[in-house]
Structures are given as C-alpha cells and as structure tokens.
Design a protein around this ligand. Structure first.
Ligand code: URA
Length: 268
C-alpha cells in the first residue's frame, strides 16, 4: 500500500471508530518522537543536539465555575428572558457549560416558537453541531417522518430542543452536571412555549425532567413534568428515534405512542 492509501485507510479507521475531532491546533508527529526515543534508549549515548521540536499550542483551560455556580448563573440569565429570541441569545452567550468549549455551534431549538407540541431530546450530535440545529441527522429525519405521520412538522406547529445545547465529545451521554447547568434554560423554554404537550425523546430527557428511569416501561404513559416554579405540563416519554433506527421492530410501539400524543393534542 502506498503512503497516501495507508493514510486514507488510517483516517477511515479513525472515523469508523468514532474519532472525528482534532483536539489540538496542529498535528503532532508522535512517530518521529517515538523513533527518537527508541534510538536514544538503544544507543546508550546521551542525547545528540537536535533542533527544537515544533511548537505545540497548549490551550490552558479557562477557569470554570462549579456546576452549582454555573446553574445559578443560568437561572438568573433565563429568568430575565421574556421571549424565545431572548432565550436563544442568552443560551448562545452562556459560557458556564463546559461542553461549549468542545462544540462548533450552540444548538438551541428549531421549529415554531410557541408551538403546542414541544419535543425535548438528549443532546446535539455531529450533524447538529455542524449545522447549529437540533435533530438534523438521520435520527432527525426519522423524527420528521414521525411528526408527518400525525400531521405535524417543525416548519409549522412543533418546537424541538434538547436538555443540553452543545455536543458532548464523541457523542457520549451528557453528564448530570451538564444537564443541571442547562436545566434553567430548558425550564424557561417550557414556560415561554407553554405547550399543550411535551414529547420526551428517549431515556435521557425522561430521567432529566421526570426523574424516571427505564424507557422500556415508562414510554407511552403521560406524566406531569413539574418545573421549579411549580408549573406542570403533560409529558409523554417515547423511544428516541436513534433507538428506532437501531431497533426498527420497536416502531410498532412508537406508532402507538404517536397516536397517544396526537389524541392529546386534538383534545387539548
Ligand atoms: N439526538 C438528540 O437527542 N438530539 C439531537 O438534536 C440530535 C440527535
């Protein structure tokens, strides 16, 4: 294999393994360093003079507030927002969630502000991070089809968001602390939207907002979502569309849950 093909094969292997982010400003030639170390170790001689290694930019982490301090700052900021636009701007300006440092874009919401249906998912993935909108990848396309099946769309009558607004590295699940820091914004979004129904897409938003675990058992049953203000909203946990892509046999149950949701929206 020539060097270019070998490099392409290595990059393909990285992408398949989920490595899709560069973490420094420039490449580090670790092979050259390893070779130098090996020759030093085997020669028994002291290090020969050599030119200085290329500069590596070390980005000192900015001092981060504690999760409690960041959540308090988020709560103050969210409380001062009186419209969807103000809240979107406040989230974009907020630096208290450490996920932001590794993300390309803030991913706040997409769809119709003030919609009667609010969908809350887990976290932006790679596609959402690149575009700056929630649910635009394969799972998002399935979500759009699910909405179309009950005569709804993000273009007209549905608002979509997540429990965190920045992509967790490698698409890992957001931590409890990251969710807690973003929560005041999630709650303010619910208050400002004042939806007739909230669909919780997957176990992560279900646990974050209802304190309930076990999506297999909890899906399809309405629960009250209670905000810090005491306000309550009807919330329906459903399977996450990414789960349905992996387990298409579960679409039968997802269809039943969509009918439950549609009935509530008709009656409300
Ligand atoms: N999955 C989510 O939970 N949210 C998104 O925005 C995209 C995928």
């Amino acid at each position: 294999m020539d060097r270019a093909s070998a490099a392409r094969a290595l990059l393909r292997w990285y992408v398949d393994a989920g490595v899709d982010e560069a973490v420094a400003d420039g490449p580090v030639d670790r092979f050259r360093r390893a070779a130098e170390n090996t020759s030093l170790a085997t020669s028994g001689h002291s290090a020969p003079a050599r030119s200085a290694p290329p500069p590596v930019t070390v980005i000192a982490p900015a001092a981060q507030p504690s999760a409690d301090e960041a959540a308090s700052a988020a709560a103050r900021l969210a409380a001062g927002c009186n419209s969807h636009e103000e809240l979107a701007a406040a989230v974009a300006s907020f630096d208290g969630c450490p996920l932001k440092a590794g993300a390309r874009n803030t991913v706040f919401s997409d769809g119709a502000p003030g919609a009667r249906l609010l969908i809350i998912g887990e976290a932006p993935g790679r596609d959402e991070d690149a575009v700056g909108k929630p649910f635009v990848g394969r799972a998002g396309q399935l979500l759009d089809k699910m909405l179309a099946a009950i005569g709804r769309s993000r273009a007209s009558d549905t608002l979509i968001s997540n429990v965190v607004y920045w992509r967790p590295p490698g698409n890992r699940a957001p931590t409890q602390a990251e969710i807690a820091v973003c929560r005041p914004f999630v709650e303010r979004l619910i208050e400002l939207t004042n939806p007739a129904a909230i669909m919780l897409a997957g176990g992560v938003p279900m646990q974050a907002l209802l304190g309930v675990t076990g999506i297999m058992r909890a899906r399809g049953a309405w629960r009250d979502l209670t905000l810090a203000s005491g306000a309550q909203f009807p919330a329906l946990p459903v399977f996450h569309p990414a789960f349905l892509l992996r387990q298409p046999a579960q679409k039968r149950l997802a269809w039943a849950d969509l009918q439950t949701l549609a009935a509530r929206l008709r009656d409300a």
